[in-house]
Design a binder for this molecule. Structure first.
Ligand code: BG6
Length: 510
């Protein structure tokens, strides 16, 4: 097991939802799993005036996000955990002098012997990243003469290519690139990491992982929820920025990338950047109109309940054209993937919450069983990222009886079958990696910029193009009616159910 140095985690924006919902529960699980170093403290800071005690109450003792876990524990165990958590009010705004914050960090560092090793976690709007980085630098808190210093930034990392570049240069004035950790919680998901292992730890997939054997690739990310209370943010963002540019292009890069030389962070990230740079950027309006579909959910009645349309949501402009459904078809310009279409869609208010990758293999080029409509029964490799995490291979088998009737059977693996292993939650895994200085699962500056370079022209077309349509879809259906038209040969999307094996063609061979 890698060693975790003594250290302090300093969270900016600590009174916000992310700290209570994700960060403190992740730290708690690390504490429970004995992954924290001997000397470890958390210092929260934000503009709210809170004492250590009030902050501890908010994020630990009275936190609804921890209550399930805490009710099984004795009070000494909970108190020892709470006592690792502190709070310092930053003042009226983040542009202030960080002298007081710096003094508090110094005190805690001496008292708890955290060896001058600090992680600064910015859970604030991106507009504050550079300001905070500068103030930390001015207060001498970025200096690595004694102890290391790292900074974690949350998404959205930029609003466009130019703003992402500005953010990168802004941060790089005060931190070296190897100190900057851009978090993408999808990379913390076991099943996303398993894409690398499936591809590169097996000899059976990689020889087929190319244009010779693969017909097309489909990625679906669907959520049942609407925008919930985040209408204000979401309306300025939309599905393409919120999910596609970050999480989904990260998944794409792991599918498209070439085998890295080894498993080091830099080698893996070098290959991911190359992959993202090889996505064919679409700039022509006709191509953009043929290869992208934009949709927005409208009100509907589901199981007797009326669900609001997107435009009725709190914080959303009643005339908004922001997309809650985005589907993009694209190609990858390199030797391996020439002419293989990739179809990626993401949406809110879908029938089920699911994220999966489907590798569709080509129909056998010489067909012996001609009358079997094998086209519908081609081999598929389904990698289920969530829920019901696992892998499924669909292949043809003979139906018992006369003749050669072919049916599709499933070969499946479920993560849940690895009963003994404790699967770390995404934030838990990513925080521990940063604590140990492992940036493999964090996005590098050039990776983020390559992703924006691909997304920018689509956004520009959707926002400024001529005759761009935003299609309505009722909450609870698989997107706009025309979304299947995107898939060549009218094969349509695989519209999966909650279970990995759910689909129309499923058949159990007894
Ligand atoms: C976030 C998006 O990054 O990911 C949200 O901002 C989305 O809009 C969420 O709901 C989905 O994450 P997960 O892990 O539930 O798939």
């Amino acid at each position: 097991m890698q060693k975790t140095n003594n250290q302090m985690l300093i969270i900016f924006g600590a009174s916000g939802d992310l700290t209570a919902r994700k960060l403190i529960p992740a730290i708690y699980s690390l504490y429970k799993g004995k992954h924290l170093p001997e000397n470890f403290v958390v210092l929260g800071t934000s503009r709210s005036a809170l004492t250590d005690g009030e902050f501890r109450k908010k994020v630990v003792q009275e936190s609804t996000y921890l209550s399930n876990k805490l009710e099984k524990e004795d009070s000494d165990f909970i108190n020892t955990f709470s006592e690792k958590i502190f709070y310092e009010d930053i003042g009226d705004n983040y542009e202030t002098n960080y002298g007081r914050l710096s003094a508090r960090i110094g005190d805690l560092n001496r008292k708890y012997e955290t060896n001058d090793n600090y992680i600064f976690y910015l859970s604030t709007p991106p507009s504050l990243y550079e300001i905070i980085a500068k103030n930390l630098c001015d207060a001498g808190l970025t200096n690595e003469d004694e102890g290391w210093k790292r900074i974690i930034v949350e998404k959205p990392f930029g609003y466009s290519l130019s703003t992402a570049k500005e953010l990168n240069t802004g941060l790089q004035k005060y931190f070296h690139e190897n100190q900057i950790y851009r978090i993408d919680h999808y990379l913390g998901k076991e099943t996303v990491q398993n894409l690398l292992v499936t591809r590169f730890a097996n000899s059976i997939f990689e020889p087929l992982w190319n244009r010779n054997a693969i017909h097309h690739i489909e990625i679906t990310n669907a959520e049942t929820v609407g925008v919930e209370k985040r209408g204000g943010y979401y309306d300025k963002s939309g599905a393409l920025r919120d999910m596609f540019q970050s999480h989904l292009l990260q998944i794409v890069s792991l599918i498209v990338m070439e085998p890295p030389i080894n498993s080091s962070a830099e080698e893996i990230r070098n290959e991911k950047v190359k992959a993202l740079k090889s996505l064919r950027i679409m700039t022509d309006e006709k191509i953009l109109s043929e290869n992208t579909i934009k949709g927005q959910y409208i009100a509907s009645k589901l199981n007797g309940e009326r669900l609001k349309g997107y435009r009725e949501e709190e914080g959303v402009d009643p005339n908004s054209k922001t997309e809650t459904f985005a589907a993009v078809k694209f190609f990858v310009d390199n030797w391996r993937w020439k002419d293989v279409p990739f179809y990626v869609r993401t949406a809110k208010r879908m029938p089920t919450k699911v994220t999966e990758v489907v590798i569709h293999f080509k129909t056998p080029h010489h067909q012996i069983f001609k009358d079997q409509n094998l086209g519908n029964k081609d081999n598929k490799l389904i990698i289920r990222i969530q829920p019901d995490e696992g892998i499924l291979i669909k292949f043809g088998v003979k139906v018992p009886g006369q003749g050669f009737k072919v049916e599709r059977a499933n070969l499946d693996f479920y993560y849940s079958s690895l009963a003994d292993s404790n699967i770390m939650q995404a934030y838990e895994r990513l925080l521990l990696d940063c604590m140990q200085g492992d940036a493999t699962l964090y996005a590098r500056a050039d990776e983020v910029e390559a992703a924006w370079a691909f997304v920018d022209p689509i956004l520009d077309y959707w926002e400024n193009g001529k005759e761009v349509k935003t299609y309505g879809y009722s909450a609870g259906v698989w997107g706009p009616k025309n979304s299947d038209d995107l898939i060549e040969g009218s094969l349509g999307w695989r519209n999966p159910g909650e279970q990995l094996i759910d689909d129309d063609g499923f058949c159990e061979i007894c």
